[in-house]
Design a protein around this ligand. Structure first.
Ligand SMILES: C[S@@+](CC[C@H](N)C(=O)[O-])C[C@H]1O[C@@H](n2cnc3c(N)ncnc32)[C@H](O)[C@@H]1O
Length: 197
C-alpha cells in the first residue's frame, strides 16, 4: 500500500478491546435512520466500526488495503449481519469510484497515503455522498510527529475546511496530545471532520 506502517497486525491486536471510535458514533447519530442506505468504512482495520455501523442498521462497504481484510473484518461481524456487509481489500491508491453512500466514515486511515494519492482518493469520496449524507473523517495536522514522513498527508484546519467546500460543516475539531502509537510515544495532532452533503 505504500504505507509508513507496513504491518498493521500489532495495531489490530493492541486496539482489539478499544471502544467504537466516538467520531463513528457521532456520524451514526447524526445520519439518522439508515433506511437501506449504504455506509462506507474506509481503512476499516479490524472491523470494529464496521460492526457498529451494521448494528445501527446500515449496509456497509468496508475497504482496507492490509492483507487479510476479508477474514479480519468478517470475523468482527455476527453471521446474521454479514448479508449487509461487503468487504473490499484494496489500497486507496486503486480507488477510482465508490457507490452512492449515506455515510462515509474514515477513522485514522486517510492520512496514510502520499499527498498526491490523497488528492485522488478525495474525489470518489466526495462523489459518493448523496444529498444529506454524512462524512466523518480523521486527518492529521502539521504538528503530528509523523508529519514529516513523505508517505503521509497532513492538513491544516484551513486546508481541511477546503476539503469540505460545498458541504455543511457540522464539526471541525483539532486535538493535540502526547500519547502513544503502537510504534511508541508520539505527539498526536488530529483533526475530526464531520459534514453533511
Ligand atoms: C490506524 S488503522 C485505523 C483502523 C480503524 N479505522 C480505526 O479507526 O481503528 C488504519 C487502517 O487503514 C488501512 N490503510 C492505511 N493506509 C491505507 C491505504 N493506503 N489504503 C487502504 N487502506 C489503508 C490500514 O490497513 C489500517 O487497517
Amino acid at each position: 500500500m505504500g504505507d509508513v506502517i507496513d504491518d498493521w497486525e500489532p495495531f489490530y491486536r493492541a486496539t482489539a478491546d478499544n471502544p467504537v471510535r466516538p467520531l463513528c458514533l457521532e456520524a451514526i447519530a447524526t445520519a439518522g435512520e439508515p433506511h437501506d442506505r449504504l455506509a462506507v468504512d474506509l481503512g476499516a482495520g479490524a472491523g470494529r466500526e464496521t460492526a457498529a455501523l451494521l448494528d445501527a442498521g446500515w449496509r456497509v462497504l468496508a475497504l482496507d488495503g492490509a492483507p487479510g481484510a476479508h477474514l479480519r473484518i468478517e470475523a468482527a461481524v455476527p453471521p446474521v449481519r454479514r448479508d449487509r456487509l461487503t468487504v473490499v481489500e484494496q489500497s486507496f491508491s486503486a480507488l477510482d469510484r465508490l457507490p452512492d453512500a449515506g455515510l462515509v466514515y474514515a477513522g485514522y486511515a486517510l492520512p496514510f497515503q502520499r499527498p498526491e494519492v490523497f488528492a485522488r482518493t478525495w474525489s470518489p469520496i466526495r462523489a459518493s455522498l448523496r444529498p444529506g449524507a454524512i462524512l466523518a473523517v480523521n486527518l492529521f495536522g502539521p504538528r503530528d510527529t509523523w508529519a514529516d514522513d513523505p508517505e503521509l498527508t497532513t492538513h491544516s484546519p484551513a486546508e481541511a475546511r477546503g476539503l469540505l467546500d460545498g458541504l455543511e460543516v457540522l464539526a471541525l475539531r483539532e486535538e493535540e496530545r502526547e500519547g502513544v502509537a503502537v510504534s511508541g510515544p508520539k505527539h498526536w495532532h488530529v483533526l475530526d471532520l464531520l459534514a453533511r452533503a
